[in-house]
Design a protein around this ligand. Structure first.
Ligand code: MTE
Ligand code: MO
Length: 371
């Protein structure tokens, strides 16, 4: 088999190498959220970004079983009807792909070529993972929880089910839930029908879709998606550090009207309300700044009321912001940056890594203000 059809190593683009047909193939399957959809507090389901590593598996809610086993007192096998009878919870969560921002990195890591649109906010309804673990009774030797999806494929030569591990502490702290509804409807096929994990605050790779098994193990999980794929490294050889929570990011709704090809913006002079949303998986966003000159001068944006944090905790939903800009004829570059309560400030230019992960460089929107 040729290297092209069965690549075994991650690759970084050569200098000046354009987007490849493989990347186009991924981009055509996995769509982002159009930036104008930042206007919605809750992303309409069909506009939420999608990322699927392999194929969307065939699934039937009436026969689906979730197996929970490993280091537990009482292994469980639960169907959807039993799950729906348990006490449910709805959480509003902003989910973002760890590869968001990858395509603008230089050199470009070859993978799903996201610009900045791999994000969406949804309400997920299900049972807290903690309730399921309590029901099974985690034994004292339990260390990690491994979540397995029903999808299967090959990645750099390694055949696998999509699987991710979390430590028991991480899973508990994040308030992970096992969900069967998205925005009040059964999960659509592409978002994990009939059952998925949602790990609030974490990059999307942790939220395993088509969830068929939860296994508590007595050691650290070393499966592909934890030990090989989602790690921050500058060279192929180093072990790197795991990708975990979402770095702060602010995105603006591009103002005015776009050019079809370049998507550059045209705006009429006068007052322009710039609006956007900001989020962080580390702590709530407490400040957003906007620049109209590419990041030389910054202006404080007005924050919308914080998303309501009720008993269920909606801490990881994005927060709206606005800024009144008086546009005068000329060329501008709009940008925004978020700051969160943990003290993290979104950089204009984030550090490069080989996988193109967690790159929260500020996005830039060229705007022409017409005469
Ligand atoms: N089983 C399974 N779960 C998965 C994936 C996958 O390919 N298979 N992709 C992950 C990645 S990388 C992301 S970013 C999110 C995307 O979730 P969404 O498509 O519902 O937005 O799902 C995660 N869960
Ligand atoms: Mo992702």
């Amino acid at each position: 088999m040729s290297v092209e059809t069965f690549s075994t190593a991650s690759r970084v683009a050569e200098q000046g190498e354009g987007v490849t047909l493989d990347e186009l193939g991924l981009a055509a399957r996995n769509h982002g959220m159009p930036l104008e959809a930042l206007r919605y507090d809750l992303t309409p389901t069909g506009l939420h970004y999608i990322l699927v590593h392999y194929d969307i598996p065939a699934a039937d809610a009436s026969t689906w079983r979730l197996e929970l086993g490993g280091c537990v007192e009482q292994p469980l096998s639960i169907g959807l009807t039993e799950l729906r009878a348990m006490s449910r919870q709805t959480v509003r969560v902003t989910l973002e792909c760890a590869g968001n921002g990858r395509a603008r990195q230089d050199p470009r890591p070859i993978s799903q070529p996201w610009l900045v649109e791999a994000v969406g906010t949804a309400e997920w309804t299900g049972v807290p993972l903690a309730a399921l673990l309590d029901l099974a009774g985690v034994r004292p030797d339990g260390v990690n929880v491994v979540f397995t999806g029903a999808d299967h494929g090959f990645e750099r030569g390694v055949e696998q089910d999509y699987q991710r591990g979390l430590s028991l502490t991480e899973a508990a702290e994040a308030g992970a839930i096992v969900a069967w509804e998205m925005n009040g409807e059964p999960l659509p096929p592409q978002h994990g029908y009939p059952l998925r994990l949602v790990v609030p605050g974490w990059y999307g790779m942790a939220s395993v879709k088509w969830l068929r098994s939860i296994e508590v193990i007595d050691h650290e999980f070393t499966g592909y998606q934890n030990a090989v794929a989602y790690r921050l490294r500058r060279t192929a050889e180093e072990p790197g550090v795991p990708v975990t929570r979402i770095e702060p990011r602010a995105l603006l709704i591009p103002p005015g009207h776009p050019d079809f090809m370049s998507r550059a913006r045209f705006v009429k002079p006068g007052p322009v309300e710039l609006r956007g949303r900001a989020w962080s998986g580390w702590a709530p966003v407490d400040r957003v700044e906007i620049s109209t000159d590419g990041g030389t001068n910054w202006h404080q944006a007005q924050l919308d009321p914080a998303p309501e944090v009720d008993a269920d905790g909606n801490e990881f939903a994005w927060r709206g912001f606005s800024y009144e800009w008086t546009a005068t004829p000329g060329e501008y570059e709009l940008t925004a940056r978020a700051h969160d309560k943990s003290g993290r400030l979104q950089p204009l230019q984030a550090a490069w890594n080989r996988g193109g992960f967690a790159n929260n460089s500020a996005h830039r929107i060229p705007v022409v203000v017409l005469d």
